[in-house]
Design a protein around this ligand. Structure first.
Ligand code: PLP
Length: 417
């Protein structure tokens, strides 16, 4: 029997706690019984769902992982070869050394590299190494960094980070309460907040962890200030490039701001959706990996490194980042134009390859759900976010913006009624 997405999802809810492995793929975020939920195939910029609908993906696009597009032929060819040669063995694969060398070449400040297979996991390694290097426990942080105990402990005890630092409603049952008080949140572009943390806890701070860019570009004062303050108190500066990496260049976004961290963490786009993560860092910090225990069987398989090498090489050779920026600029301008034309107030944010909009209305969430549904009816997967891919063409953008213009006008009419 062939299931439709919705019947399969009903089965999933019985057997998979929460029905899904990733909060961002929760169908409840969309209209009940409408969201396509499962895919049969994904190629280029299109997804075919379990009910046979072909949808142009103009949303999170593999939740930011498939920067080259779905099922990239070059990455897949490299992966198929690796599978045929044996994706796992008792010995190490040579590609992990090649990949480490390529990452250090792309980031001249870094000397050494370790690998993981997901962003949250790699950040947990980076934090462990920072704590091992400094012999300290406290962490200053800004933004989202995964599901591990070190991070969720921010929501324990008195140092609560619910004022926008963690996803609203993120629950912490099961996180040891003994970790309470180690995490100190600061807001992006607020040097004074990080200064205050350091003046109170500087000598106990192991790391400052943040994305170099996300919904806004960093001010020079902020990003230079964070570097200076980390040096001042002896904390390890970690840039989380899980989402920002491979967007505005073929490496870390931080390269564009001329500020070198001590450690940077990559995942998502690094291997175009194949599980792969990298922790790159200065020798003095990375050497501490010898003083603690970070080791995993899955970190030694071959598909991740092979896919990452193929992704990075294509990314560089084709200047993929320039395409992502150009397509993203068209989208962000298109949102603004459509919002003015329809008189639908909108707040646009993000850098062009990772753009977001929010309706500036009292019932913004409901309007966004309706937007998603109305776009779905036009064969387009669309949310309030757009992550550009190499396979997005100008024709895709034209089709998408035409639909956005129409849907915004229809939403305005519905609101006015
Ligand atoms: N850090 C950032 C900035 C992220 O955006 C994410 C995921 O969205 C993570 C870490 C966690 O990565 P993963 O989902 O691969 O565990």
């Amino acid at each position: 029997m062939v299931d439709t997405g919705q019947t399969l999802y009903r089965r999933a809810r019985e057997i998979i706690p929460g029905g899904t492995q990733l909060l961002s793929k929760r169908p409840e975020m969309f209209l009940p019984d409408q969201w396509p939920t499962y895919y049969r195939s994904a190629k280029g910029a299109e997804v075919v769902d379990l009910d046979g609908r072909t949808l142009l993906d103009m949303s999170y696009c593999g939740i930011g992982a498939t920067v080259l597009g779905f099922a990239d032929p070059d990455v897949n060819a490299a992966v198929k070869t690796a599978i045929d040669l044996g994706a796992m063995s008792t010995l190490n694969c040579g590609e992990e050394v090649e990949l480490a060398e390529l990452l250090v070449e792309l980031h001249p400040w870094a000397d050494m590299v370790r690998f993981g297979r997901s962003g949250g996991e790699a950040l947990a390694v980076a934090i462990r190494i920072a704590r091992a290097t400094t012999g300290r426990d406290m962490i200053a942080f800004c933004g989202y960094h995964g599901w591990h105990d070190w991070y969720l402990s921010a929501n324990l005890g008195e140092t609560t980070a619910l004022d926008g630092h963690l996803l609203p409603g993120l629950k912490t049952a099961g996180v040891p309460r003994g970790l309470a008080g180690l995490m100190h949140p600061f807001h992006f572009n607020k040097v004074n907040e990080i200064e205050a943390i350091i003046s109170e806890h500087g000598s106990r701070l192991a790391a400052i962890v943040m994305e170099p860019v996300r919904s806004r570009e960093p001010t020079p004062e902020f990003i230079l200030g964070v570097r200076r303050l980390a040096d001042q108190c002896g904390a390890v500066l970690i840039f989380d490039e899980v989402t920002s990496g491979l967007r505005i260049n073929s490496g870390g976004a931080h390269l564009a701001y001329n500020v070198d961290p001590d450690v940077a963490v990559f995942a998502k786009a690094l291997a175009n959706g194949y599980p792969m993560a990298a922790i790159i860092g200065r020798r003095a910090v990375m050497d501490a990996a010898q003083d603690t225990f970070v080791s995993s069987t899955a970190w030694t398989e071959r598909i991740g490194p092979v896919a990452a090498l193929a992704t990075l090489r294509k990314h560089r050779a084709q200047n993929v980042a320039a395409h992502l920026v150009r397509i993203g600029q068209r989208i962000q301008k298109g949102w603004e134009d459509a919002s003015s034309a329809a008189r639908l107030p909108l707040h646009v944010s993000g850098i062009p390859p990772l753009g977001h909009f929010a309706f500036d209305l009292p019932n913004a969430q409901e309007v966004r759900t309706l937007f998603t549904q109305m776009m779905l009816d036009r064969g387009i997967l669309a949310t309030g976010s757009f992550y550009a891919m190499w396979t997005h063409t100008d024709e895709h953008v034209d089709r998408y913006l035409e639909a956005v213009n129409q849907v915004f006008r229809d939403l305005r009419l519905a609101i006015d009624q």
